[in-house]
Design a protein around this ligand. Structure first.
Ligand code: SAH
Length: 441
Protein backbone atom coordinates (compact mmCIF):
# COMPACT_ATOMS: atom_id res chain seq x y z
CA UNK A 1 0.00 0.00 0.00
CA UNK A 2 1.32 3.43 -0.87
CA UNK A 3 0.74 6.05 1.77
CA UNK A 4 1.04 9.72 1.01
CA UNK A 5 2.36 11.67 3.90
CA UNK A 6 2.74 15.41 4.14
CA UNK A 7 6.43 16.34 3.59
CA UNK A 8 6.92 17.26 7.22
CA UNK A 9 5.85 13.82 8.37
CA UNK A 10 7.93 12.04 5.77
CA UNK A 11 11.11 13.82 6.67
CA UNK A 12 10.70 14.97 10.21
CA UNK A 13 13.50 17.01 11.58
CA UNK A 14 13.91 19.67 14.12
CA UNK A 15 16.60 22.25 14.60
CA UNK A 16 18.75 20.99 17.41
CA UNK A 17 19.36 23.64 19.94
CA UNK A 18 20.50 22.64 23.37
CA UNK A 19 18.02 20.18 24.81
CA UNK A 20 16.10 19.72 21.61
CA UNK A 21 15.15 16.71 19.56
CA UNK A 22 17.17 14.57 17.18
CA UNK A 23 15.16 12.61 14.70
CA UNK A 24 15.96 9.60 12.58
CA UNK A 25 12.96 9.65 10.31
CA UNK A 26 10.79 7.28 12.24
CA UNK A 27 11.43 7.97 15.87
CA UNK A 28 12.18 11.07 17.85
CA UNK A 29 14.89 11.23 20.41
CA UNK A 30 15.51 13.64 23.20
CA UNK A 31 18.88 15.24 23.20
CA UNK A 32 20.42 17.04 26.06
CA UNK A 33 23.65 18.95 26.53
CA UNK A 34 26.73 17.31 27.97
CA UNK A 35 30.39 18.29 28.33
CA UNK A 36 31.28 16.40 25.14
CA UNK A 37 28.60 18.19 23.15
CA UNK A 38 25.02 17.21 22.70
CA UNK A 39 24.05 13.84 24.06
CA UNK A 40 21.59 11.91 21.97
CA UNK A 41 19.25 9.73 23.91
CA UNK A 42 16.98 7.02 22.63
CA UNK A 43 15.08 4.44 24.64
CA UNK A 44 18.12 2.21 24.76
CA UNK A 45 21.21 4.32 24.27
CA UNK A 46 22.83 7.59 25.15
CA UNK A 47 25.64 8.87 22.96
CA UNK A 48 27.54 12.06 22.27
CA UNK A 49 26.74 13.53 18.86
CA UNK A 50 29.24 13.88 16.06
CA UNK A 51 27.90 16.57 13.76
CA UNK A 52 28.51 16.63 10.04
CA UNK A 53 28.81 19.78 7.99
CA UNK A 54 26.11 20.68 5.50
CA UNK A 55 25.75 18.09 2.70
CA UNK A 56 28.38 15.81 4.18
CA UNK A 57 25.69 13.27 5.00
CA UNK A 58 25.11 12.49 1.32
CA UNK A 59 27.78 9.80 1.00
CA UNK A 60 26.58 8.05 4.17
CA UNK A 61 23.01 8.14 2.94
CA UNK A 62 24.18 6.66 -0.36
CA UNK A 63 25.53 3.67 1.56
CA UNK A 64 29.09 4.52 2.51
CA UNK A 65 30.15 4.13 6.13
CA UNK A 66 33.05 6.56 6.51
CA UNK A 67 33.21 10.14 7.73
CA UNK A 68 36.40 11.99 6.85
CA UNK A 69 37.75 14.48 9.38
CA UNK A 70 37.11 17.49 7.12
CA UNK A 71 33.41 16.56 6.98
CA UNK A 72 32.91 16.95 10.72
CA UNK A 73 31.37 20.18 11.98
CA UNK A 74 34.12 20.79 14.52
CA UNK A 75 32.47 23.98 15.73
CA UNK A 76 29.55 21.93 17.05
CA UNK A 77 31.46 18.76 17.89
CA UNK A 78 35.20 19.44 18.29
CA UNK A 79 37.07 16.23 17.49
CA UNK A 80 39.41 16.79 20.42
CA UNK A 81 36.55 16.21 22.85
CA UNK A 82 36.24 12.57 21.78
CA UNK A 83 38.34 9.65 22.87
CA UNK A 84 39.79 7.38 20.17
CA UNK A 85 37.24 4.72 19.37
CA UNK A 86 34.40 6.24 21.37
CA UNK A 87 30.88 5.41 20.21
CA UNK A 88 28.92 8.36 18.81
CA UNK A 89 25.66 9.23 17.16
CA UNK A 90 26.44 10.60 13.70
CA UNK A 91 24.11 13.54 13.13
CA UNK A 92 23.64 15.65 9.99
CA UNK A 93 23.63 19.45 9.88
CA UNK A 94 19.84 19.48 10.15
CA UNK A 95 20.14 17.57 13.44
CA UNK A 96 18.84 14.38 11.97
CA UNK A 97 20.64 11.35 13.31
CA UNK A 98 22.06 9.00 10.68
CA UNK A 99 23.11 6.27 13.04
CA UNK A 100 25.56 4.91 15.55
CA UNK A 101 29.25 4.68 14.82
CA UNK A 102 32.61 5.24 16.38
CA UNK A 103 35.04 8.10 16.17
CA UNK A 104 38.79 8.46 16.07
CA UNK A 105 40.01 12.06 16.33
CA UNK A 106 43.52 10.87 15.31
CA UNK A 107 42.52 9.37 12.00
CA UNK A 108 41.78 10.82 8.58
CA UNK A 109 38.72 8.58 8.63
CA UNK A 110 37.26 10.36 11.65
CA UNK A 111 34.28 8.07 12.10
CA UNK A 112 32.69 4.90 10.77
CA UNK A 113 29.00 4.18 10.77
CA UNK A 114 28.15 0.80 12.28
CA UNK A 115 24.37 0.88 12.57
CA UNK A 116 21.75 3.07 10.91
CA UNK A 117 19.22 4.63 13.24
CA UNK A 118 19.60 4.88 16.99
CA UNK A 119 18.12 1.55 18.00
CA UNK A 120 21.35 -0.34 18.57
CA UNK A 121 24.27 0.46 20.80
CA UNK A 122 27.75 -0.65 19.80
CA UNK A 123 27.81 -3.66 22.07
CA UNK A 124 28.03 -7.42 22.24
CA UNK A 125 24.43 -7.91 21.22
CA UNK A 126 24.91 -5.94 17.98
CA UNK A 127 28.08 -7.92 17.22
CA UNK A 128 26.34 -11.24 17.89
CA UNK A 129 23.60 -10.15 15.49
CA UNK A 130 26.13 -9.23 12.78
CA UNK A 131 28.09 -12.46 13.33
CA UNK A 132 24.95 -14.55 12.87
CA UNK A 133 24.11 -12.78 9.61
CA UNK A 134 27.68 -13.25 8.38
CA UNK A 135 27.68 -16.88 9.46
CA UNK A 136 24.44 -17.64 7.61
CA UNK A 137 26.08 -16.66 4.31
CA UNK A 138 29.22 -18.68 4.90
CA UNK A 139 27.32 -21.77 6.01
CA UNK A 140 25.36 -21.57 2.79
CA UNK A 141 28.54 -21.17 0.72
CA UNK A 142 30.82 -23.76 2.31
CA UNK A 143 30.41 -27.30 3.56
CA UNK A 144 33.18 -26.93 6.12
CA UNK A 145 33.88 -24.17 8.68
CA UNK A 146 36.91 -22.74 6.86
CA UNK A 147 36.36 -19.23 5.48
CA UNK A 148 36.45 -15.51 6.10
CA UNK A 149 33.59 -15.09 8.53
CA UNK A 150 33.65 -11.30 8.77
CA UNK A 151 34.96 -8.94 6.13
CA UNK A 152 34.83 -5.52 7.79
CA UNK A 153 32.57 -2.89 6.27
CA UNK A 154 31.01 -5.44 3.89
CA UNK A 155 29.66 -7.40 6.86
CA UNK A 156 28.56 -4.34 8.81
CA UNK A 157 31.51 -4.45 11.19
CA UNK A 158 33.90 -1.74 9.95
CA UNK A 159 37.50 -2.35 10.95
CA UNK A 160 37.06 -6.01 11.87
CA UNK A 161 38.18 -9.12 10.01
CA UNK A 162 37.61 -12.66 11.29
CA UNK A 163 38.91 -15.76 9.55
CA UNK A 164 37.69 -19.17 10.65
CA UNK A 165 39.89 -22.25 10.68
CA UNK A 166 37.54 -24.92 12.03
CA UNK A 167 37.52 -24.43 15.80
CA UNK A 168 40.05 -21.59 15.66
CA UNK A 169 39.28 -17.98 14.78
CA UNK A 170 41.93 -15.43 13.84
CA UNK A 171 40.86 -11.80 14.04
CA UNK A 172 42.33 -8.55 12.80
CA UNK A 173 41.30 -5.18 14.15
CA UNK A 174 42.14 -2.13 12.09
CA UNK A 175 40.50 0.71 14.01
CA UNK A 176 40.41 2.26 17.48
CA UNK A 177 36.63 1.81 17.53
CA UNK A 178 36.92 -1.96 17.21
CA UNK A 179 39.92 -2.11 19.53
CA UNK A 180 37.85 -0.39 22.22
CA UNK A 181 35.14 -3.06 22.06
CA UNK A 182 37.56 -5.95 21.64
CA UNK A 183 36.28 -7.71 24.77
CA UNK A 184 32.70 -7.49 23.51
CA UNK A 185 33.83 -8.91 20.15
CA UNK A 186 35.65 -11.74 21.91
CA UNK A 187 32.54 -12.51 23.99
CA UNK A 188 30.36 -12.42 20.88
CA UNK A 189 32.65 -14.78 18.95
CA UNK A 190 32.74 -17.17 21.90
CA UNK A 191 28.95 -17.06 22.19
CA UNK A 192 28.29 -17.67 18.49
CA UNK A 193 31.09 -20.11 17.60
CA UNK A 194 32.47 -21.51 20.86
CA UNK A 195 35.96 -21.66 19.35
CA UNK A 196 38.90 -23.51 20.88
CA UNK A 197 41.02 -20.42 20.32
CA UNK A 198 40.56 -16.83 19.22
CA UNK A 199 43.76 -15.14 18.11
CA UNK A 200 44.19 -11.41 17.65
CA UNK A 201 46.61 -10.76 14.82
CA UNK A 202 46.64 -7.02 15.27
CA UNK A 203 49.92 -6.29 13.55
CA UNK A 204 48.86 -4.57 10.35
CA UNK A 205 50.77 -1.41 9.46
CA UNK A 206 47.44 0.33 8.77
CA UNK A 207 46.90 0.41 12.55
CA UNK A 208 49.48 3.23 12.65
CA UNK A 209 46.91 5.47 10.94
CA UNK A 210 44.68 4.98 13.98
CA UNK A 211 47.65 5.34 16.36
CA UNK A 212 47.19 1.77 17.53
CA UNK A 213 50.08 -0.47 18.65
CA UNK A 214 50.89 -3.65 16.72
CA UNK A 215 50.69 -7.00 18.49
CA UNK A 216 49.60 -10.62 18.10
CA UNK A 217 48.11 -12.47 21.04
CA UNK A 218 45.72 -15.19 22.11
CA UNK A 219 42.37 -13.58 22.96
CA UNK A 220 40.52 -16.69 24.12
CA UNK A 221 41.39 -20.31 24.86
CA UNK A 222 44.60 -22.12 25.73
CA UNK A 223 47.91 -21.93 23.92
CA UNK A 224 48.96 -24.92 21.89
CA UNK A 225 47.57 -27.18 19.22
CA UNK A 226 47.76 -26.91 15.48
CA UNK A 227 45.83 -24.47 13.30
CA UNK A 228 44.80 -25.81 9.91
CA UNK A 229 43.25 -24.19 6.84
CA UNK A 230 41.24 -26.54 4.61
CA UNK A 231 40.78 -25.81 0.95
CA UNK A 232 39.77 -28.15 -1.79
CA UNK A 233 40.66 -31.58 -0.44
CA UNK A 234 43.83 -30.25 1.15
CA UNK A 235 44.95 -29.25 4.63
CA UNK A 236 47.48 -26.50 5.23
CA UNK A 237 49.17 -25.97 8.59
CA UNK A 238 49.17 -22.24 9.30
CA UNK A 239 50.77 -19.97 11.89
CA UNK A 240 48.29 -17.46 13.35
CA UNK A 241 51.07 -15.46 14.99
CA UNK A 242 54.05 -15.56 12.60
CA UNK A 243 52.16 -15.93 9.30
CA UNK A 244 50.97 -13.38 6.76
CA UNK A 245 47.77 -11.49 7.71
CA UNK A 246 45.48 -14.02 9.46
CA UNK A 247 47.71 -16.89 8.34
CA UNK A 248 45.86 -17.87 5.15
CA UNK A 249 44.42 -16.22 2.03
CA UNK A 250 40.89 -17.53 1.66
CA UNK A 251 40.21 -14.79 -0.90
CA UNK A 252 41.84 -16.89 -3.66
CA UNK A 253 40.02 -20.16 -2.93
CA UNK A 254 37.48 -20.00 -5.78
CA UNK A 255 40.22 -18.77 -8.12
CA UNK A 256 42.42 -21.72 -7.21
CA UNK A 257 39.44 -24.00 -7.94
CA UNK A 258 39.79 -22.83 -11.55
CA UNK A 259 43.18 -24.56 -11.81
CA UNK A 260 41.41 -27.89 -12.29
CA UNK A 261 40.85 -27.10 -15.97
CA UNK A 262 44.37 -25.97 -16.75
CA UNK A 263 47.01 -27.98 -14.91
CA UNK A 264 46.47 -31.72 -15.47
CA UNK A 265 49.78 -33.24 -16.59
CA UNK A 266 51.42 -29.79 -16.73
CA UNK A 267 54.55 -28.21 -15.25
CA UNK A 268 53.45 -25.42 -12.93
CA UNK A 269 55.41 -22.52 -11.43
CA UNK A 270 53.81 -20.82 -8.40
CA UNK A 271 55.51 -17.50 -7.66
CA UNK A 272 55.01 -15.71 -4.31
CA UNK A 273 53.72 -19.06 -3.16
CA UNK A 274 53.46 -18.37 0.63
CA UNK A 275 52.26 -21.74 2.04
CA UNK A 276 51.77 -23.25 -1.42
CA UNK A 277 48.07 -22.51 -1.84
CA UNK A 278 48.10 -22.35 -5.63
CA UNK A 279 50.92 -24.83 -6.15
CA UNK A 280 49.55 -27.58 -3.94
CA UNK A 281 46.06 -27.17 -5.34
CA UNK A 282 47.62 -27.55 -8.82
CA UNK A 283 49.47 -30.68 -7.72
CA UNK A 284 46.24 -32.11 -6.32
CA UNK A 285 44.55 -31.42 -9.68
CA UNK A 286 47.16 -33.56 -11.40
CA UNK A 287 50.02 -31.25 -12.34
CA UNK A 288 53.06 -33.38 -13.19
CA UNK A 289 55.53 -31.06 -11.47
CA UNK A 290 55.11 -27.97 -9.30
CA UNK A 291 57.70 -25.46 -8.18
CA UNK A 292 56.74 -22.99 -5.42
CA UNK A 293 58.91 -19.90 -4.94
CA UNK A 294 58.79 -17.48 -2.02
CA UNK A 295 61.27 -15.10 -0.39
CA UNK A 296 60.35 -16.20 3.14
CA UNK A 297 62.25 -19.14 4.62
CA UNK A 298 59.39 -19.92 7.01
CA UNK A 299 56.89 -19.98 4.12
CA UNK A 300 59.11 -22.27 2.05
CA UNK A 301 59.58 -24.70 4.94
CA UNK A 302 55.84 -24.69 5.64
CA UNK A 303 55.12 -25.35 1.95
CA UNK A 304 57.36 -28.41 2.01
CA UNK A 305 55.60 -29.64 5.17
CA UNK A 306 52.20 -29.01 3.61
CA UNK A 307 53.21 -30.93 0.47
CA UNK A 308 54.31 -33.84 2.66
CA UNK A 309 51.16 -33.73 4.73
CA UNK A 310 48.94 -33.94 1.64
CA UNK A 311 50.96 -36.70 -0.04
CA UNK A 312 52.16 -34.38 -2.81
CA UNK A 313 55.85 -34.12 -1.89
CA UNK A 314 56.96 -36.23 -4.88
CA UNK A 315 55.70 -33.56 -7.28
CA UNK A 316 56.24 -30.32 -5.33
CA UNK A 317 59.49 -28.42 -4.79
CA UNK A 318 59.65 -25.31 -2.62
CA UNK A 319 62.44 -22.81 -3.27
CA UNK A 320 63.46 -19.75 -1.34
CA UNK A 321 64.28 -16.91 -3.72
CA UNK A 322 63.39 -13.40 -4.73
CA UNK A 323 60.72 -13.78 -7.39
CA UNK A 324 62.18 -11.31 -9.86
CA UNK A 325 65.69 -12.76 -9.54
CA UNK A 326 64.39 -16.30 -9.85
CA UNK A 327 62.36 -15.55 -12.97
CA UNK A 328 65.38 -13.90 -14.59
CA UNK A 329 67.53 -16.91 -13.75
CA UNK A 330 64.94 -19.26 -15.24
CA UNK A 331 64.80 -17.08 -18.35
CA UNK A 332 68.59 -17.19 -18.71
CA UNK A 333 68.53 -20.98 -18.23
CA UNK A 334 65.72 -21.26 -20.84
CA UNK A 335 63.51 -23.12 -18.41
CA UNK A 336 59.87 -23.30 -19.45
CA UNK A 337 56.64 -24.01 -17.57
CA UNK A 338 53.18 -24.73 -18.95
CA UNK A 339 51.43 -22.71 -16.24
CA UNK A 340 52.92 -19.71 -14.42
CA UNK A 341 51.06 -18.28 -11.43
CA UNK A 342 51.91 -14.77 -10.27
CA UNK A 343 50.14 -13.84 -7.05
CA UNK A 344 52.37 -11.22 -5.43
CA UNK A 345 51.85 -9.03 -2.35
CA UNK A 346 50.30 -5.61 -2.99
CA UNK A 347 52.75 -3.56 -5.04
CA UNK A 348 50.63 -0.41 -4.63
CA UNK A 349 49.88 0.34 -1.01
CA UNK A 350 49.15 4.05 -1.48
CA UNK A 351 47.60 5.81 -4.41
CA UNK A 352 50.72 7.87 -5.04
CA UNK A 353 52.67 4.66 -5.72
CA UNK A 354 50.45 3.79 -8.67
CA UNK A 355 52.95 4.54 -11.44
CA UNK A 356 55.81 2.60 -9.93
CA UNK A 357 53.56 -0.22 -8.77
CA UNK A 358 51.73 -0.72 -12.05
CA UNK A 359 55.09 -0.88 -13.79
CA UNK A 360 56.14 -3.62 -11.36
CA UNK A 361 53.03 -5.64 -12.25
CA UNK A 362 53.80 -5.23 -15.94
CA UNK A 363 57.46 -6.22 -15.49
CA UNK A 364 56.39 -9.24 -13.48
CA UNK A 365 53.86 -10.32 -16.12
CA UNK A 366 56.52 -9.99 -18.78
CA UNK A 367 59.01 -12.08 -16.81
CA UNK A 368 56.30 -14.68 -16.26
CA UNK A 369 55.62 -14.88 -19.99
CA UNK A 370 59.32 -15.29 -20.70
CA UNK A 371 59.36 -18.58 -18.81
CA UNK A 372 56.10 -19.84 -20.35
CA UNK A 373 55.91 -22.62 -22.88
CA UNK A 374 54.81 -21.70 -26.43
CA UNK A 375 51.15 -22.24 -25.64
CA UNK A 376 51.04 -21.53 -21.94
CA UNK A 377 48.75 -20.34 -19.18
CA UNK A 378 49.55 -17.22 -17.18
CA UNK A 379 47.67 -16.51 -13.94
CA UNK A 380 48.19 -12.85 -13.06
CA UNK A 381 46.78 -11.41 -9.83
CA UNK A 382 46.80 -8.16 -7.90
CA UNK A 383 45.45 -7.60 -4.41
CA UNK A 384 46.09 -3.83 -4.57
CA UNK A 385 42.86 -1.89 -4.34
CA UNK A 386 44.70 0.94 -6.14
CA UNK A 387 45.47 -1.26 -9.16
CA UNK A 388 42.37 -1.17 -11.37
CA UNK A 389 41.38 -4.40 -13.10
CA UNK A 390 41.72 -2.81 -16.54
CA UNK A 391 45.20 -1.51 -15.75
CA UNK A 392 46.34 -4.99 -14.72
CA UNK A 393 45.10 -6.50 -17.99
CA UNK A 394 46.69 -3.61 -19.89
CA UNK A 395 50.00 -4.44 -18.25
CA UNK A 396 49.71 -8.07 -19.34
CA UNK A 397 48.84 -6.99 -22.87
CA UNK A 398 51.68 -4.46 -23.09
CA UNK A 399 54.12 -7.03 -21.78
CA UNK A 400 52.89 -9.53 -24.36
CA UNK A 401 53.28 -7.08 -27.23
CA UNK A 402 56.75 -6.16 -26.03
CA UNK A 403 57.67 -9.85 -26.28
CA UNK A 404 55.71 -10.23 -29.53
CA UNK A 405 53.17 -12.58 -27.95
CA UNK A 406 49.43 -12.82 -28.18
CA UNK A 407 47.17 -13.03 -25.13
CA UNK A 408 43.70 -14.54 -24.80
CA UNK A 409 42.05 -13.64 -21.53
CA UNK A 410 40.10 -16.75 -20.52
CA UNK A 411 38.87 -16.23 -16.98
CA UNK A 412 38.49 -13.11 -14.88
CA UNK A 413 39.21 -13.61 -11.19
CA UNK A 414 37.98 -11.80 -8.11
CA UNK A 415 37.89 -12.32 -4.37
CA UNK A 416 35.63 -15.13 -3.18
CA UNK A 417 32.09 -14.55 -1.87
CA UNK A 418 33.24 -14.82 1.75
CA UNK A 419 34.86 -11.43 1.01
CA UNK A 420 31.73 -9.63 -0.16
CA UNK A 421 32.15 -6.34 -2.00
CA UNK A 422 30.34 -3.36 -0.50
CA UNK A 423 29.07 -1.56 -3.61
CA UNK A 424 29.45 1.88 -2.02
CA UNK A 425 32.98 1.28 -0.69
CA UNK A 426 35.46 0.83 -3.53
CA UNK A 427 38.22 -0.30 -1.15
CA UNK A 428 36.34 -3.52 -0.40
CA UNK A 429 36.81 -4.63 -4.03
CA UNK A 430 40.54 -5.27 -4.07
CA UNK A 431 41.42 -8.63 -5.59
CA UNK A 432 41.57 -9.01 -9.32
CA UNK A 433 43.24 -11.42 -11.64
CA UNK A 434 43.19 -13.16 -14.99
CA UNK A 435 43.83 -16.57 -16.37
CA UNK A 436 45.33 -15.94 -19.78
CA UNK A 437 46.51 -18.10 -22.61
CA UNK A 438 49.76 -16.81 -24.07
CA UNK A 439 50.61 -17.70 -27.64
CA UNK A 440 53.30 -16.72 -30.10
CA UNK A 441 52.22 -13.69 -32.17
N1 SAH B 1 50.14 -16.53 -3.40
C1 SAH B 1 49.96 -16.66 -1.97
C2 SAH B 1 49.87 -15.34 -1.26
C3 SAH B 1 51.03 -14.47 -1.48
S1 SAH B 1 51.32 -13.40 -0.15
C4 SAH B 1 48.72 -17.47 -1.67
O1 SAH B 1 47.97 -17.77 -2.58
O2 SAH B 1 48.47 -17.79 -0.51
C5 SAH B 1 52.80 -12.72 -0.69
C6 SAH B 1 53.99 -13.63 -0.54
O3 SAH B 1 55.02 -13.08 -1.32
C7 SAH B 1 54.53 -13.76 0.87
O4 SAH B 1 54.60 -15.12 1.23
C8 SAH B 1 55.93 -13.13 0.81
O5 SAH B 1 56.87 -13.84 1.59
C9 SAH B 1 56.25 -13.26 -0.64
N2 SAH B 1 57.15 -12.26 -1.20
C10 SAH B 1 57.14 -10.92 -1.01
N3 SAH B 1 58.07 -10.35 -1.77
C11 SAH B 1 58.67 -11.32 -2.47
C12 SAH B 1 59.71 -11.36 -3.45
N4 SAH B 1 60.31 -10.24 -3.84
N5 SAH B 1 60.05 -12.54 -3.96
C13 SAH B 1 59.44 -13.68 -3.57
N6 SAH B 1 58.46 -13.71 -2.65
C14 SAH B 1 58.09 -12.54 -2.11
Amino acid sequence: MHVHLPPAARRPHARLTRAAVVTTGSTRYRARPSPAGITVVSDSIELPALYLKRNEDARLRAGHLWVFSNEVDVARSPLGTFEPGQAVAIVDHRDKAIGVGYVNPNSLIAARLVSRGLEHALDRSLIVHRLNIALALREQLYAQPYYRLVYGESDGLPGLVLDRFGDVVVGQIATAGMERIKDAITDAVVKVLKPRQLWWKNDSSIRAMEQLPEYADLGHGEYGGEVVAREGELAFGIDPVGGQKTGWFYDQRENRDQLARFVRGKRVLDMFSYLGGWGLRAAAYGASEVVCVDASAAAVEATARNAERNGLADRVTAIRADAFDHLKALREARERYDVVILDPPAFIKRKKDFKEGSLAYRRLAELGMQVLARDGILVMCSCSHHMPRAALLDGVQQGARHLDRQVQMLVSLQQGPDHPVHPAIAETDYLKGFICRVLPA
